[in-house]
Design a protein around this ligand. Structure first.
Ligand code: NAD
Length: 429
């Protein structure tokens, strides 16, 4: 046994019945029934078009040979090349990849970008791997998938435990084989390699755009509005800052260490500096410590879950006191909580719309790479804002038309768009 295998522990199986992927499928089924999708199209949209499982042998630093398992699932490519992240984690499975790939198809269709959906990853514990091992793993994975990836075929992006450096390795490996620099084969790259300005902040800025759209619909003036944000990482902190800049009072915040409250509102730029220095917001002055449960139940205009899945459940949904929920995280609300929130009149801006700013600026990055012409930050932000706003208005109209929640309205738009495009293209035989 070598050192990696000695340290590696098989993760415990996930027993939670309301996992976000099952929740996603439940909502898909509801939308399909409402629009009366025909059985053939239903079968087509449910199944991924391609599923690859690949064996990745690498030489470890100690000279031993280790073999990892990698996956890439392409759910759909009717609208264009498939798009989706690559994650490195010990508990990933083909089933999870299939669900996440479908999620990407719907997300891209909702924000109206010409991409299909994909997801992939390598089953490994990255905390046990050296930088060199991670590089060899990424490069061999890429080389195994050379006939899958491509700027016109399938375009990876960073996801859990992967980053700009991972994308740089994929881009370089792909480029070495095609004998030319192909920056558009991945997004989420470093700026020096053709990344886009504004990509890191895109998800939080997109969340803010749809919140402002919802305020407008409900007649809420941002200057009189209050917000509570769960999670102060990339999505949570950017959303907090952007809302603060719109005049919204942020009264509650949290990170993994706990939650804080201030009825007068936090000074977000000061708080961000504090977190940069102390790595947590917990010991920030002028803040009352509260529990995570109390945070979610605070009175506010908008609650932004931006930490992790399954936070708003059947158990706590009836205790919420917000007017709007904007899902920065993926799958923060369980399917069983949906009808409770709807009966309470809470407007839920669903994840597949609210956090689609990230994939929208990934699309901008791909466009810029292909043009070889790079936009200013201001241009990226204005175009992002415009696309998020248009998507919000469309989803709102769809929800009104079918008398359903924004979530089901969003699924209906996505499914109808992909189904209609497929009908126009026809089935090649
Ligand atoms: P991140 O790792 O930067 O931040 C996560 C934050 O949540 C941290 O502040 C962490 O301390 C906090 N947190 C973790 N567990 C918590 C708990 N139990 N209670 C309270 N806070 C907790 O991650 P991120 O990139 O901001 O992503 C957050 C969510 O948004 C995830 O669901 C992710 O899938 C989703 N998302 C992110 C992006 C993106 O572009 N980063 C795009 C789409 C969706």
């Amino acid at each position: 046994m070598n050192s990696y295998m000695n340290q590696y522990k098989e993760p415990a199986p996930i027993l939670d019945k309301e996992n976000p992927f099952e929740s996603m499928m439940e909502r898909f089924e509801i939308a399909v029934k409402i629009i009366g999708l025909d059985q053939g199209l239903y079968n087509y949209l449910k199944a991924p078009v391609k599923q690859v499982i690949t064996s990745i042998p690498i030489t470890m630093d100690n000279g031993s040979l280790e073999v990892f398992e990698g996956y890439r699932v392409i759910h759909n490519e009717v609208l264009g090349p498939s798009k989706g992240g690559i994650r490195f984690a010990p508990d990933i499975s083909l089933d999870e990849m299939k669900a996440l790939a479908a999620w990407m198809t719907w997300k891209c269709a909702i924000v109206n970008i010409p991409f299909g959906g994909a997801k992939g990853g390598i089953k490994c514990d990255p905390s046990l791997l050296s930088n060199g091992e991670l590089e060899r793993l990424t490069r061999r994975f890429t080389s195994n998938l050379l006939d899958v990836f491509g700027p016109d075929r399938d375009i990876p992006a960073p996801d859990m435990n992967t980053n700009e450096q991972t994308m740089a390795w994929i881009m370089d490996t792909y480029s070495m084989h095609s004998k030319r620099t192909e920056t558009a084969v991945v997004t989420g790259k470093p700026l020096l390699l053709g990344g886009s300005l504004g990509r890191k902040e895109a998800t939080g800025r997109g969340v803010t755009s749809v919140i402002i759209g919802a305020f407008h619909k409900l007649g809420i003036n941002p200057n009189n509005a209050s917000a509570v944000i769960q999670g102060f990482g990339n999505v949570g902190s950017v959303t907090a800052l952007a809302l603060f800049e719109h005049g919204v009072k942020i009264v509650g915040l949290s990170d993994i260490n706990g939650a804080i409250y201030n009825s007068n509102g936090f000074n977000i730029p000061e708080l961000i500096e504090h977190v940069e220095r102390h790595k947590t917001l917990i010991d920030y002055q002028n803040a009352e410590p509260i529990t995570n449960e109390e945070l979610l139940e605070l009175q506010c205009d908008v609650l932004v879950p931006a930490a992790k899945e399954d936070q708003i459940t059947f158990k706590n949904a009836s205790k919420l006191k917000c007017k709007i929920i904007a899902e920065g995280a993926n799958g923060p609300t369980t399917a069983k909580a949906d009808p409770v929130l709807q009966s309470m009149g809470i407007l839920v801006i669903p994840d597949i719309l609210a956090n689609a700013g990230g994939v929208t600026v990934s699309y901008f990055e791909w466009v810029q790479d292909r043009m070889g012409y790079f936009w200013t930050l201001d241009r990226v932000n204005r175009r992002l804002d415009r696309m998020m706003h248009a998507a919000f208005v469309n989803v709102y109209k769809s929800a009104e038309k079918y008398n359903v929640s924004l979530r089901i309205g969003a699924y209906i738009i996505a499914i109808e768009k992909v189904a209609q495009t497929l009908k126009l293209r026809g089935i090649y035989a």
